[in-house]
Design a protein around this ligand. Structure first.
Ligand code: PLP
Length: 385
């Protein structure tokens, strides 16, 4: 087997998840998956599609009505004109990301990745023989990107910059001026930008700023999908918004890798985009309530944390325990029966953090935080043991 695959490190989230699946009574706060049922009109659309014979191959780029609906989505949410030939529908948003890496990053090219950031960006970079370079999002700067720091990481081989807002794992939503400055830096230094906007519908305060309106010369690939906002992780439908040429090449890649998407899933995604949107707002409001509850509980227990403004994640500072985030997460699942994502899997900056997911019941969040606090206090410098 080739080393570029065997040497790739899997995500630390999956490491904990694999352990959690072996322990039926564990409180699951590690995985980034909505705990809501998929809204019934969406499930119904998939069933109807199957019953009416949508059981065959479809076009590489997607069902035509879904491309139209996704184009309308981008146009309405960003104000930027988008035609269906600028849409590539993929097997989950992850394949939209994988397509971008394959199309834009050549062997030895550098990719600027947020630290902390979703581990898959680094995995994809290694997969295509690129070189990951990290720009830091620090708690001191509220986990907002710092353009000067990003610029200091740019070298002659830097090809692509990754943005993720709302961010996994910080839950920060990048401000308008941040996005504007980053896009102008990308233009100056001739970099492609992949803007992962999968959580754009889950913003608790203010509004989401897409990178798209700040792109004046087609260097930005925007990734979105239905997994998170519509609780449709198992349907595996994501979208890319890019140039028509990019989509033609991306469709070729899809053909080589997966032939095409799944008709019934795409029918469900169409129902999601075109149907009533109150379900999206309702789920977002519940995540916000849980965020508030979690922040109150963390404050009550005297734990350090960062209050997220979007997505459904929350970073907790476990440095007082004396452990790093992975050691802490392994002990926590073993001794306290709570699964959380270890900070080091997202990068260096978050090495003494753990990430909890707010996609879990209020009871789970409360009990989980109580046990995290016990663990910090058991092991912390002030403990007797
Ligand atoms: N981008 C980010 C930041 C994510 O957190 C995830 C899933 O966790 C994805 C993309 C992938 O989404 P999908 O399940 O649609 O492949």
């Amino acid at each position: 087997m080739v080393p570029r695959i065997t040497e790739i490190q899997g995500s630390g989230i999956r490491e904990i998840m694999a352990m959690a699946l072996q322990k039926p009574s564990v409180i699951r706060l590690e995985v980034g998956e909505p705990d809501f049922d998929t809204p019934s009109h969406i499930v119904e659309a998939a069933c109807q599609a199957l019953k009416s014979g949508s059981t065959r191959y479809i076009s590489n780029t997607a069902l035509a009505p879904l491309r139209q609906a996704a184009a309308r989505f981008f146009e309405t949410s960003t104000g930027v004109a988008t035609t269906p030939d600028q849409i590539l529908v993929t097997h989950g948003a992850i394949l939209s990301l994988a397509t971008a890496w394959h199309l834009l990053v050549d062997e030895g090219d550098e990719v600027l990745i947020p630290d902390p950031g979703w581990p898959n960006y680094t995995m994809l970079t290694r997969l295509v023989r690129g070189v990951p370079r990290f720009y830091q999002l620090t708690p001191q700067s509220d986990f907002q990107p710092d353009t000067a720091q990003i610029e200091s990481q740019i070298g002659p081989r830097t090809k692509l910059m990754v943005l993720c807002s709302p961010s996994n794992p910080t839950g920060q939503v990048y401000g308008e001026s941040v996005i504007r400055n980053i896009l102008s830096l990308a233009r100056e230094r001739d970099l492609y930008v992949v803007s992962d906007e999968i959580y754009s519908n889950i913003v608790f305060e203010g509004s989401h700023t897409s990178a798209l309106p700040y792109d004046t010369d087609d260097r930005t690939v925007v990734v979105h999908g239905v997994s998170k906002s519509y609780a449709m992780t198992g349907f595996r439908v994501g979208f890319t918004r890019a140039t028509a040429d990019y989509v033609v090449q991306g469709a070729k890649l899809q053909e080589a890798l997966v032939s095409c998407g799944t008709a019934a899933s795409q029918a469900a995604a169409l129902a999601a985009l075109e149907g009533p949107q109150d379900c999206v707002r309702e789920m977002r409001d519940v995540y916000r309530q849980r965020r508030d509850l979690a922040c109150d509980e963390l404050t009550r227990h005297g734990l350090g944390f960062w209050r997220p403004h979007g997505a459904f994640y929350l970073l907790i500072d476990i440095a007082p325990s004396g452990m790093d985030g992975r050691e802490f997460a392994l002990k926590l699942i073993d001794e306290k029966n709570v699964a959380v994502a270890p900070g080091p899997t997202f990068g260096q900056v978050s090495r003494s953090f753990i990430r909890i997911s707010l996609a879990s019941s209020e009871d789970n969040i409360k009990t989980g935080i109580e046990r995290i606090a016990e663990m910090v206090n058991d092991r912390g410098p002030h403990s007797d043991g």
